[in-house]
Write a protein that binds this ligand. Structure first.
Ligand code: SF4
Length: 62
């Protein structure tokens, strides 16, 4: 699956990095970095990140 983050919406709160650290990482510069191509084994975690993101900035594309 593909993981997309709308960086116009993201406010670097980092909830996604807490629930799915394998995919999302907040850098020292407070800018979010993430893996775009993610294996199915991490789908549940990414879905949780989608739900937890206060800005609704994360999207999964199959
Ligand atoms: S949870 Fe949402 S707003 Fe926060 S860093 Fe992740 S994508 Fe950005």
């Amino acid at each position: 699956m593909k993981v997309l983050v709308d960086m116009n919406l993201c406010q670097s709160h980092g909830e996604c990095a807490v629930v799915a650290p394998e995919v999302f990482e907040l850098g020292d510069d407070d800018v979010l970095r993430w893996e775009e191509d993610v294996g199915e084994e991490l789908r549940e975690k990414v879905e949780e990140a989608v739900e937890r993101c206060p800005m609704m900035a994360i999207r999964i594309e199959d």
